[in-house]
Design a protein around this ligand. Sequence first.
Ligand SMILES: Cc1cc2nc3c(=O)[nH]c(=O)nc-3n(C[C@H](O)[C@H](O)[C@H](O)COP(=O)(O)O)c2cc1C
Length: 278
Amino acid sequence: MALEDPVRGAASEALALRYGVDTPGEILWNDTIAGLLAHRSVRVFRPDALPERTIETLVAAAQSAASSSNLQLWSVVAVSDVARKQQLSVLAGGQKHIAEAPTILLWIADLARGRHVANEADEPHEGFDYFESFTVAAIDAALAAQNAVVAAESLGLGTVYIGAMRNRPAEVAEVIGLPPSAVVAFGLVVGFEDAERPAAVKPRLPQSVVLHRERYDLYSQGAGIASYDETARAFQASQGQPEVGWRALLINRGRGASSLHGRERLKDVLRTLGFPLR
Ligand SMILES: Cc1cc2nc3c(=O)[nH]c(=O)nc-3n(C[C@H](O)[C@H](O)[C@H](O)COP(=O)(O)O)c2cc1C
């Protein structure tokens, strides 16, 4: 009997965790792809500080992401101060991992620098008033942060994004002294996972749902979504979570403003923070 190819074995194991039953079959494989497929959000951290040079390393990885027109319309604020992390934890609806982990990186959609540079040159900066500029800044920040996630995981660190930093963006801006036209797009908690309570790889939708060839098809997705609902239920059961499936999560999020935790006011708040969003 032929022994199983260890590389293929690793790939199919990783795909089974990522998709449950509906795996895409074989994929190409290397260490980078293995690292990406093993991603898990970590929410239980040891209090240990990050090793020296970690933040600089993550930021170098982040800055290596592509940036729209190389404008680099993002910044990052690293917060490790215990009291400040506690404030941020409260502002994010009491997410305790923010207080417990050694550091949270706050990713800023930053049009302040552009306005400042233009002001110093006595030039207009009306282009930064447009919704498009905010969108570019938010995309740039997200691409940068995801590179930091990949770098952190490659170093044996765990991370979790904190979209709840947008629940109360004006207060968050105050805590870290942001100027007008700069806002925290999201946070990223970084630290060492508590090995006693490890997070699991969370399955994703089958590729039959998300991958379209040449033209998008909304109506072919039902079977894959139904199958994923079962996969999500099984995953939730394995984690001791309520077995609600995935459709219910999606429907609840879309139901109304109350599921947005304050973020339903985001556009208005952004306008007060120096983003006219024209
Ligand atoms: C932009 C963004 C914001 C998020 N915000 C939060 C958050 O506020 N709190 C949290 O615990 N997880 C947050 N997450 C983590 C997601 O819940 C998580 O990525 C998702 O459930 C998939 O799980 P996985 O990352 O372990 O694969 C966020 C993720 C993203 C991408």
